[in-house]
Design a protein around this ligand. Structure first.
Ligand code: TRP
Length: 449
């Protein structure tokens, strides 16, 4: 077997895994869900649910991965019993397929972000940017290819000189850009209104089941759960690390950036409204999310005069970076399988698998109107939660408890006395699967919340 990579330090893992978690889901999805779900009430529910539901499942993935030190298929086989091996391996394969499907649509949206970043740059330089910022088949296809080439190039270089190197470079830049933009937007007229909406929770909404379930699925998607990404990243963690602490750091980073992104996007929407940009449709609802990012915000940047160009570049570079550190973690799932289970050299695996998924992306671009939404729903509303339940099932019911404890004791010899060990095993056994099942039932439309 080709030698496996390992993250060179704790920080490297935290930045890479946070890079996976922090993506379009945080900077685009989260603020928009906040804006359409009662402001601060959603933020509050989301934070609680991330710790109560998503963090325990993140831990399940990390601990399986670090125990097996292998791709998702081998890892799941390793913790299975003889009778459940087929199910474990199928879960691993299915995770891989889901990661690939998510990458196929994610890369298209990410491509638009890169196109807008380049378009803003050209417009500041005085060159016409209209091809880059208006929707067309050609633009989607070209930038999807560009985004794939970026993603594949990073993954082809391996864990420490690819994924780790780029995550540790890009994540600090991402945080810096968010903070700069928050400060700038906060000084503009209209921003105060947005801050009010964001920070004043309407607690009467906290008990609204559809808000709770929206927050749940957001928490799940945002931590990149249910495809095996965190399992594979977990397999590159050294045995001397204390896993529950690392997982908590990743969850905290993910929440932190989502909350920061809200401080940027929500005030920005209200500044746009103040400047005369329409943000509500005729029915009084907030404009749908693609419109907000690709029309409302650019319209806002246009009203900002000279600063607008720079702000626009920064904003779309931010989006592109967030997307790239996530997309590499998606591609890593099938690539790890090719290298671990089939001994394909890493670079070759990255290009072969990457190009295969790219071909599917182009199919999506060509069939956007009917296929895109279906793939998004199948992968995120159905597959991710179901695989999440299976991971919990394996950790809670199948994996031998002494081996699970043994794995957690690596890097934390006192594990047995910790609060984590007293609560978590039964929690992933009963509570997590039950709640995620509720999520699934809702998205399958059986219950009408
Ligand atoms: N967490 C990422 C984001 O917020 C997106 C994501 C969802 C993801 N599922 C994933 C990333 C699986 C990697 C693997 O944008």
């Amino acid at each position: 077997m080709a030698s496996r990579g390992e993250f060179s330090s704790r920080t490297a893992f935290i930045l890479a895994a946070s890079g996976s978690a922090i993506g379009l889901g945080n900077i685009w999805g989260f603020p928009i869900k906040v804006a359409s779900n009662g402001g601060g009430a959603f933020v509050f529910t989301y934070i609680i649910l991330t710790f109560l539901l998503a963090y325990p499942i993140l831990m399940a993935e990390l601990v399986i991965g670090r125990h097996a030190k292998a791709d998702t298929v081998k890892s799941m086989a390793k913790i299975s019993s003889d009778k459940t091996r087929w199910l474990g391996m199928s879960t691993g394969y299915w995770g891989m397929l889901t990661a690939s499907l998510i990458l196929s649509f994610y890369a298209i949206i990410a491509g638009w972000m890169v196109a807008h970043a380049l378009g803003s740059l050209l417009s500041v330089a005085g060159v016409s940017e209209s091809w880059f910022v208006s929707d067309s088949l050609a633009r989607s296809a070209v930038f999807c290819v560009i985004f794939f080439v970026l993603t594949i190039s990073v993954v082809a270089n391996g864990v420490s000189s690819g994924i780790e190197k780029w995550s540790t470079r890009l994540m600090p830049i991402l945080i810096l850009i968010i903070v700069l933009l928050i400060i700038y937007i906060a000084t503009l007229p209209g921003a105060a209104e947005g801050w009010k909406v964001y920070l004043q929770p309407d607690f009467s909404k906290v008990t609204d089941p559809s808000l709770v379930l929206d927050a749940l699925s957001q928490a799940f998607f945002s931590l990149s759960l249910g495809v095996g990404t965190m399992m594979v990243y977990g397999s590159y963690i050294s045995k001397s690390e204390n896993l529950p602490r690392l997982g908590a750091a990743v969850a905290a980073m993910d929440i932190g950036i989502a909350v920061l992104a809200g401080m940027l996007v929500i005030p920005a929407i209200y500044v746009a409204q103040h400047n005369g940009v329409v943000i509500y449709d005729d029915a009084g609802n907030l404009i749908e999310s693609t419109g907000l990012i690709f029309n409302v915000l650019p319209a806002l940047f246009n009203t900002m005069g000279a600063a607008g160009g720079i702000v626009s570049i920064l904003f779309f570079v931010l989006m592109s970076i967030a997307a790239l550190t996530s997309s590499i973690s998606m591609l890593e799932v099938p690539v790890a399988y090719a290298t671990d289970s089939h001994d394909v050299p890493r670079a070759k695996a990255a290009w072969l698998v990457g190009i295969a998924i790219l071909v599917f992306s182009i199919l999506l671009v060509l069939n956007m109107s009917w296929l895109f939404g279906k793939v998004v729903n199948f992968a995120t509303e159905f597959s991710e939660p179901l695989i999440g339940i299976l991971f919990c099932f394996f950790v809670g019911w199948v994996w031998r408890r002494d081996q699970l404890l043994g794995e957690l004791q690596e890097g934390n010899p006192q594990m047995q006395e910790t609060l984590f060990w007293k609560i978590w095993p039964n929690y992933v056994r009963f509570v997590c699967p039950a709640i995620v099942l509720a999520l699934l039932i809702r998205s399958s439309g059986l219950l009408n919340f």
